[in-house]
Ligand binder design. Structure first.
Ligand code: SF4
Length: 511
């Protein structure tokens, strides 16, 4: 065998060795595959306009939806509070999925527990699982707060979290005054952004309910579900500190998903302090950086007399302008000169590279606010975001996107697709080609299939490391996004001009 202790091969080169090639070829005997020509013929047909029309007519089936289920968002947002353990009432496998998704993206351990409901709980209800599970979580993991959400299973049988948690406290699973906020997060409705909203509202409701707000001029900021939260939240804090704003970030996961290696395992790190979360009821305003992550939470904050406002993922010049002007409007603090200089530097960089960016066409997919913010930045660079797709995007989101396209000459011919999936995106890329695809790691199969170069800027990113440590928000983040796009353009150009004297006509050291 080619594998040996002296020379350990990774699976990619290993499976190209003759022994494995032969084994894989023989495996086909048992797969009962049709002839290769027939497979190729059908695959080609699925890239035609004829198939596209059939594909877009489908109603009852999702293929590779670009979204996750509600509890993932609930687990994510709960991770951003001080010493908080997520407790997901339902099946164990679901929780393994949330933990692995977050760990694979952030390259960090991700802690969450499950009430491990099985067949008996599905028939008789999961009360006993809740009673035992809360007691174990409290004793084993020493949290300051346990945030409870639900999987499909608990929702289908109608388990009542409020009653269950009250019963568990009566049975002394946790002390009566221990903080156990909860949110029902039915996975068959909405997506992870809905779960984020439900869980955040549940946590605030736990601490704010019955309180009388005494406005103190401070600002609550909600980042929303964000794969770049480590870099983005730190950038956000830098900007807020530069502006001299008194603020509370409601759910700050930046330390939890970026713990240092120094010999100490931190199950919990950083997060919004519990006391700050309680006091956040007295903020004068709450600003959400992702509208579709916070509709219920913002309504709830408004019910305490707070001013509220929401943005769409502040990428690029206009997105950051909106962020800073909103902070300024809600707090009365001016935008400092240092940030104006950063703006000028981003605009300068965009102008320097204009000849390479102008007229480039894009397909963008991901969460509704990300797609909006990204498309807006693409328009600012003179690019055309032709296909914009959000599986968890609504008709209202499509209308917002259309208004964005209409605001720019580069938006003509661009279209937003709400409620569509990555199999729809494949049809779009095959029938109306674009220069670049912006999405997450799952886009690599679209890249291979349609030869559209992929730029990874959306959660989850499993097959590249550490992108989340650098911000994409603000003017500094805009520079990073700009460089990421330009690197892909230049890499593609270099790949396309590899052959000296044939495709490479000049000494192309300088672009
Ligand atoms: S969709 Fe339902 S079954 Fe699947 S991971 Fe989410 S909660 Fe679990």
């Amino acid at each position: 065998m080619p594998q040996s202790a002296d020379k350990i091969l990774d699976h990619a080169p290993l499976f190209r060795e003759p022994e494995y090639k032969d084994m894989l070829a023989r495996k086909a005997e048992f797969e009962n595959m049709p002839p290769v020509e027939q497979v190729t013929q059908i695959a080609d047909w699925t890239k035609s306009w004829d198939y596209r029309e059939k594909n877009f007519a489908r109603e009852s089936l999702s293929v590779n939806p670009a979204k996750a289920c509600q509890p993932l968002g609930a687990v994510f947002v709960a991770s951003g509070f001080e010493r908080t353990m997520s407790f997901v009432h339902g099946s164990q496998g679901c929780v393994a999925y949330y933990r692995s998704h977050l760990s694979r993206h952030f390259k960090e351990p991700s802690s969450a527990v499950s009430s491990s409901m099985t067949e008996d709980a599905a028939v008789f209800g999961g009360l006993n699982n809740m009673v035992d599970g809360l007691a174990n979580t409290y004793k084993l993991y020493s949290p300051k707060m346990i945030a409870v959400s639900t999987t499909c299973m608990a929702e289908v049988i109608g388990d009542d979290l409020n009653a269950f948690i009250a019963t568990a406290k009566e049975k002394e699973s946790v002390p009566a005054d221990f903080d156990v906020p909860f949110a029902h997060t039915p996975a068959f409705v909405g997506s992870h952004v809905t779960g984020y909203d439900n869980m955040l509202k549940g946590i605030l409701d736990h601490f704010w309910k019955g309180k009388e707000a005494k406005p103190n001029g401070s600002l609550n900021i909600i980042p929303g579900f964000d794969g770049f939260a480590v870099g983005n939240n730190r950038e956000l804090k830098r900007v807020l500190d530069l502006m001299g704003v008194d603020y509370t970030i409601l759910s700050d996961v930046s330390d939890q998903f970026d713990t240092p290696s120094d010999g100490e395992f931190r199950m919990y790190d950083g997060g919004t302090p519990i006391e700050a979360t309680k006091n956040a009821v007295n903020a004068s305003a709450t600003l959400s950086l992702q509208e579709y992550c916070t509709p219920k939470t913002l309504d709830y904050a408004a019910s305490f007399g707070q001013k509220t406002k929401s943005l769409h993922y502040p990428i690029g010049v206009g997105g950051t302008d909106d962020l800073l002007s909103s902070i300024s409007e809600l707090t009365g603090k001016p935008v400092p000169e240092a940030l104006e200089l950063e703006r000028g530097r981003l605009v300068d960089a965009m102008a320097d590279s204009q000849s390479w960016l102008h007229g480039k066409t894009y397909a963008i997919y991901g969460d509704p606010d990300f797609v909006y913010g990204m498309a807006r930045f693409v328009l600012e660079t003179g690019g055309e975001p032709k296909h914009c797709l959000a599986t968890n995007g609504s008709k209202a989101w499509e209308a917002q996107m259309q208004a964005l396209f209409d605001s720019s000459t580069f938006g003509a011919g661009c279209k937003a697709w709400g409620g569509r999936d990555l199999w729809h995106m494949r049809s779009l890329l095959a029938t109306e080609e674009v220069d670049l695809l912006i999405g997450n790691s799952y886009g690599k199969y679209l890249e291979r299939d349609t030869k559209t170069p992929l730029i990874r800027l959306m959660f989850p990113i499993f097959d590249r490391h550490h992108h989340h440590r650098f911000p994409v928000w603000g003017y500094q983040g805009g520079l990073r996004v700009l460089v990421t796009i330009l690197d892909k353009i230049f890499d593609c150009l270099d790949q396309d001009t590899m052959d000296p004297g044939v495709t490479d006509y000049s000494f192309d050291l300088t672009r």
